[in-house]
Design a protein around this ligand. Sequence first.
Ligand code: ATP
Length: 568
Amino acid sequence: MQYKELVEVYEKLGGTTKRLEKRDILAKFLPLLLKEDARFVYLLHGKVTADYDNREFGISKQLVMKGLAQTFGKTFEKIEALFATQGDLGEITEKLVEKRTQKGLFSKSLTTAYLFTQLESILGLSGKGSVERKLGVVEGLLGQASALEAKYIVRTLLGDLRIGVQGAVLVDAIAQAWYPDESEVIALVQESYDLTTDFAGVLHAAARGKAALRKMVLHPNKPLQVMLPVKVTDLAEAFEICGKPAALEHKYDGFRMVLMRDEKGEIRLFTRKLESVTHQFPDVVQVMQKTLGNTTYILDAEVVGHDPKTGKTKPFEAISQRIRRKHHIEELVKQLPVVVNVFDVLYYKGEGVTELPFVERRKLLEKIIPVHKEIHPSEQIVTDDLAVAERFYKKALALGEEGIMIKKLDAPYRPGRRVGYMVKLKPLVADLDVVIVGAETGTGKRGGWLTSYVVACKEGAHYKELGMVSSGLKEKEEEGMTYEAMTKLLKPLITHTEGNMVRVKPQLVVSITYQNIQPSPRYTSGFGLRFPRILHYRPDRKPHDIATLDEIKALVKKQHASGGFGLQ
Ligand code: ATP
């Protein structure tokens, strides 16, 4: 398959926002793609690996700009200036290649297979010589590409294809391609993807038949899309959705981790976003080896930071570095120990158990997970009594947990879905006025705009950072304050630029909402906001009107005392 053919499909997909049209474009194309190599389907997501494989190209905009400068004989500054005004390196590349083509310098044609292997060759490369190797691949590919192909090569390298093909459209398209008149197959395709997170495998199975799709099962060496909760506002609603009695569990404030051991004894750990974190958590691997025996399993869990001195849970912020850290892991393991709260079992002794009702899975879980100080079953009660549930909720908040999860006892586990088999209940949020002191440039369709904002409170004449906020503004003017409008307000205030980040004069006040405030060494205030969101731009307020650090400290105290905000 010529890369040109794939690029034509990209163009068609990018040219429509209508989901059905996208589905039909893909449905026509997928059988052709499968004839050549099912793995090319990954390219529709700008990848050359299945979704469970998180190795990246590791190519920054800076590197692409360097590659462009070298390939087209321009200065880096010239390319940087083009980027500053146009914001899309894909389109900039397209124009550069067009000029070259006009000079008659372009000839070769690129196959998808060649592009695929070239991209594969730079996956996960790091260390000495890797930058040169990556640059070599970028230059090599751009040297052979047509203008349009070059645009998509650059967009692929930067992880920003802009063709709007989410997983759900691809699922619809696969069903449409092989089973156009059987709408129930959509769910089957979705399920086989959620269990395997590999569209190439799903394509093969879909072409073979429905039985093959049904046979796609969990395997304890691949992560899966985890089941997600629906949000409720009170316990009555929770019981309405989950039925009575229901299971209630603490909503631990850590990060989700899927733990698995395959038949070869290999233990793997994945986050909810399918990132492998086995390397970062040798302590968890060790405790699994020690306590869980030599069989195959997949467990769903929440890993939380633990303070051995106080015996209390540490806020998520404090242990988030454990996911990011790649070196000197052992040191960090000692500084920031974790506890694994296991709340579900999905595979055990060679068999998937996702179809078992939750109450049965929980029984199995209690049988296989010991109550150990580093790993244990999640705290749970089963009740149909609202008053008992209320007490459990308040106790969880008083212990500093985020809220509770309520789970339906007779429900199976549905990977990848936000179905009402479990629901979450968290306290209402509060709001705060803060000033913007910095910002970060966005990517994708927000490229060129400042889309994440560093916000701060004040302490005397100084501003103290509380974190980054990137949600809450709108895409369209009629819906409210847009990122574009905010960028226009901020640009004249820029005092310093470094990479994607700018510092700005503290002038713009915004009201934000957040879930809670946590101690955080990352920000100069010593606190960080969890889940901040901009509610309004406040042109009516001045920086001296914003929250003070003392007020923040008082809010944190109050949070502790009441076990959270808005507790009903
Ligand atoms: P957000 O989705 O806004 O990022 P979040 O990451 O906490 O917030 P939610 O959808 O609010 O996600 O809550 C679901 C998450 O709660 C799960 O993905 C899991 O990480 C976590 N969790 C903590 N305790 C439990 C539990 N006992 N059972 C299931 N999930 C739990």
